[in-house]
Design a protein around this ligand. Structure first.
Ligand code: ADP
Ligand code: MG
Length: 327
């Protein structure tokens, strides 16, 4: 069973940031309003994620760590299926098969939390009471300690952490209704409180893109024919040498799409960025029936039913909003 889990993990746990992504998505699913992410040594030493969500009932803790039906992955066709669909109930067992994992959780009605640790080998789990508050903590230590080939593939601590930080930035800009905190080697990287008002949302963006963004950005809010574009675009005075601060969401989901990139590039064309890249955080909202966000989940591509309409709307919405800064 451990070997099967490890093989499955090889397909899906590519690096520390893939673990973080799965665990934070679980916090979203649990209805968390606050998520703390503590990383050590780029995630290779430790990834600890704590939420205040619904928690897991005691009896379900061992189940969460077990592959629901071990026969589910009995062949390589099954493995291929996992690789293409993502974990789907495989995340915790897969991660635990390539790390030392501790899961602690408490539901609202329980007198105490329960803790279970695993290195992916055991069949029976030993549950211990724990003073943890309502919610869940997943503590992943020594990732890939038992798969040396994988561990060797890890990049430097700095690079692996950069992947994690960038992931959390993207997630935090899609969920203003959740507070996030991120630390690396005990040092706070950012602390983002709930951001329900527009001013608070701007604060969060400033916390991610840099505080100068606040005084060097213009607000976008344009709607027409069922499409709405909101967000902020940084002025040329606040541009970057890299394209790392460009966030575009379609119906709340981060995308990196050719059609969108083209429309955005065209709209920015005659604004003088002197070869540097604009910073933007933009949200496009449209009828879900007009877009397939699962066209290429891994590539973050989307497919619009009326691509031309979306392209032209984006171009003119941005172009018009940028009029005031055009030379
Ligand atoms: P999936 O999310 O696809 O169901 P996972 O392996 O990621 O599979 O998680 C297994 C199960 O453990 C989830 O279905 C959920 O019931 C429970 N779980 C995992 N993480 C959390 C969490 N942070 N809060 C509450 N329940 C959780
Ligand atoms: Mg999951």
């Amino acid at each position: 069973v451990q070997l099967i889990n490890q093989i499955a993990a090889g397909e899906v746990v590519e690096r520390p940031s893939s673990v973080v992504k799965e665990l934070v998505e679980n916090c979203f699913d649990a209805g968390a309003t606050s998520i703390s992410i503590d990383i050590e040594q780029g995630g290779a030493r430790r990834i600890r994620i704590r939420d205040d969500g619904c928690g897991i009932v005691k009896d379900d803790l061992p189940l969460a760590l077990s592959r629901h039906a071990t026969s589910k992955i009995a062949s390589f066709e099954d493995l291929e299926r996992v690789a293409s669909m993502g974990f789907r109930g495989e995340a915790l067992p897969s991660i635990s098969s390539v790390s030392r994992l501790t899961l602690i959780s408490r539901i609202a009605q329980a007198d105490c939390a329960w803790r279970v640790s695993t290195d992916g080998t055991e069949q029976d789990f030993d549950l211990q009471p724990d003073p943890h508050p309502q919610g869940t903590t997943v503590d992943v230590r020594d990732l890939f300690y038992n798969t040396p080939a994988r561990r060797k593939f890890l990049k430097t601590e700095k690079t692996e952490f950069a992947h994690i930080e960038s992931l959390i930035q993207k997630m935090a800009l899609s969920r203003f209704d959740i507070a996030f905190s991120l630390s690396h080697n005990q040092k706070e990287i950012f602390q983002l409180p709930l951001a329900m008002t527009e001013a608070e949302q701007q604060q969060r963006i400033a916390g991610i893109c840099g505080s100068v963004f606040l005084d060097n950005s213009i607000k976008i809010d344009v709607a027409s024919s069922g499409l709405q574009l909101t967000g902020w675009v940084g002025l040329p005075t606040f541009s970057r040498s890299q394209q790392d601060m460009q966030f575009f969401y379609v119906n709340g989901r981060l995308v990196r799409d050719k059609l969108i990139a083209h429309a955005v590039r065209q709209a920015f064309q005659d604004v003088l960025f002197n070869g540097r890249h604009p910073v933007f955080v933009l949200y496009l909202t449209l009828d879900p029936g007009l877009v397939d966000v699962n066209a290429h989940p891994a590539k973050l591509e989307v497919r619009f039913r009326e691509g031309r309409l979306v392209h032209d709307f984006l171009f003119s919405a941005l172009h018009r909003s940028l009029a005031e800064i055009r030379p």
